[in-house]
Design a protein around this ligand. Structure first.
Ligand code: ADP
Ligand code: MG
Ligand code: ZN
Length: 486
């Protein structure tokens, strides 16, 4: 970022709700059906089709709003938003303008050591549009998606850079998944995001003129588009003295953003209440019934993991960051005396070996990891052996205790045995011993490595290190006295 300037970002996030049927008709919402097979006169926008509001969509919107600490409006209204585009058969979208379902919420983020509260301005209900398919012969339209319920979550302009915006979206996705209101599958368009961005001198309270980057469908794209658009605006400002309000396109392959059209203003949409749909009330009883259904949210889960299993903040954060990971951890750690060892093995080994998929999965059965963590925690195997066995468990299933016993991998803590190995290491490598005594500390690592090798990696590391040090100091002491006469 250029010295003296800051970026200001507000997001509009569109989330498809996972109701069984569409928002104003009884057509199913299945993804990937053959084009135009899930349509009726209402969602295809034929004359005379009358919408009726799907209660499940309203309730899911309320649940999402409560999870984001919003106020729920008692009186709601559906409005018509007029615009002309072939994916919109009625030439207006039914949305909410003045009275959205939810208002004034927030989502807390943890950015390293810094906590940030991002305001949620509003959440409103609306219908999705159809999908345009561009072919060489021309553009085709599929109305299967037309009328799928959406919530649009609008944030305050509280975000300051791409990393923060991406973390906001990740945390939002975790919250919505926990609530079970959406699949949040970005590759299926179930979660899409518009980025509003402006720049201003650092420290002032006013907002600069913004541009809007449309329809970003991955967190990486959001981050990249933000940094590119910031640079583009700085350039435009330096060149022309001002940033113009516009809609911008992100071109991932070319690595730049490109202004498209003049931004449409609210007045041009000619919002007015939809006369086919009556205003509706959401009673306090309904809100309380839905509030009682709120699941454990990611922030609460992190706190509980720290408290119940004695984990550090950063470990708890990693466990909650991937779908299915915390669940796997808990299944393993619940009846294990060493939950911290389970967490470390899960994160440092299994997560590192897992693929990039959104949901964590591993071949290692939790009963095997539990057994291994017990052995590592009790000092029956050392960390290196535990790691090796865990890697083998990702290939094939076996009992770690049986294999450790059979292959003589159990940790050796017997001082007599360790002492004997130390004596032969010292005898076999006088060079390293004298190097060590002449102050070359690296020589100690060499001797330690030899000891590990000799024992097949089984000695208890801390005990072996202490005994080796003592043996070397003792030896050093005698040799020094021998040299004194010179
Ligand atoms: P519209 O419906 O025209 O897209 P809104 O006024 O509802 O716009 O704002 C949409 C989003 O733009 C919100 O997330 C808001 O925080 C953000 N926003 C508004 N003004 C600015 C600005 N100057 N810079 C950055 N973001 C802004
Ligand atoms: Mg907008
Ligand atoms: Zn329909």
């Amino acid at each position: 970022m250029q010295e003296g300037f800051e970026t200001v970002i507000g997001l509009e996030v569109h989330v498809e709700l996972n109701t069984a049927t569409k928002i104003f008709c009884a057509c199913p919402t299945v993804f990937g059906a053959p084009p135009n097979t899930l349509c009726c006169p209402v969602c295809a926008g034929l004359p005379g089709g009358l919408p009726s509001l799907n209660r499940a969509a309203v309730e899911k919107a309320i649940l999402a709003g409560l999870a984001l600490h919003c106020e729920i409006s008692e009186r709601c209204l559906m409005d018509r938003k007029q615009y002309f585009y072939p994916d919109l058969p009625k030439a207006y979208q039914i949305s909410q303008d003045r009275d959205p379902v939810c208002k004034n919420g927030y989502l807390d983020l943890q950015m390293g050591e810094v906590s940030r509260r991002i305001g949620i301005t509003r959440i409103h209900l609306e219908e999705d549009a159809g999908k345009l398919i561009h072919t060489e012969a021309g553009t085709l339209v599929d109305y299967n998606r037309s009328g799928v319920p959406l919530i649009e979550i609008v944030t305050e302009p509280d975000l300051r850079d791409g990393a923060e915006a991406a973390e906001f979206l990740r945390e939002l996705r975790r919250v919505l998944l926990a609530c079970g209101v959406s699949t949040c599958k970005m590759q299926e368009g179930a979660l899409r995001c518009d980025v509003n961005l402006s720049i201003r001198p650092t420290g002032v309270a006013w907002l600069g003129e913004r541009t809007e980057i449309k329809n970003l469908n991955s967190f990486t794209f959001v981050e990249k588009a933000i940094s590119l658009e910031t640079q583009r605006q700085l350039g435009e400002l330096a060149e022309t003295g001002a940033v113009r309000r516009r809609t911008v396109r992100y071109l991932p392959r070319q690595g730049r953003t490109e202004p498209m059209r003049k931004k449409v203003t609210a007045a041009e949409y000619r919002f007015f209440p939809d006369p086919d749909l009556r205003p509706f009330r959401i009673s306090p009883e309904t809100v309380e019934r839905i509030r009682a259904e709120l699941p454990e949210l990611p922030a609460q889960k992190r706190e509980r993991l720290k408290r119940d299993y004695g984990l550090s903040r950063s470990v708890a954060e990693v466990l909650v960051s991937r779908d299915g990971l915390a669940e796997y951890f808990e299944e393993t750690a619940k009846f294990c005396a060493h939950p911290v060892v389970v967490a470390n093995l899960t994160i440092n080994e299994l997560l590192a070996l897992a693929g990039e998929e959104e949901t964590f999965s591993t071949k290692v059965r939790s009963c095997r990891l539990r057994e291994l963590a017990e052995m590592a925690g009790n000092g029956e195997v050392n960390r290196a052996v535990a790691k090796r066995l865990l890697h083998r468990l990702t290939e094939s299933d076996f009992s770690p205790r049986a294999v450790a016993t059979e292959e003589a991998l159990l940790q050796i803590s017997d001082p007599v045995q360790i002492g004997a190995w130390i004596a032969s290491v010292i005898r076999e490598d006088p060079r390293s011993v004298s190097d060590y005594q002449n102050g070359r500390k690296n020589a100690f690592r060499a001797l330690q490595g030899k000891l590990m090798k000799m024992s097949g990696g089984r000695v208890e590391p801390a005990l072996a290190e202490r005994m080796l040090l003592e043996a070397l100091e003792k030896k050093g002491g005698t040799e020094c006295t021998n040299m004194l006469p010179n």
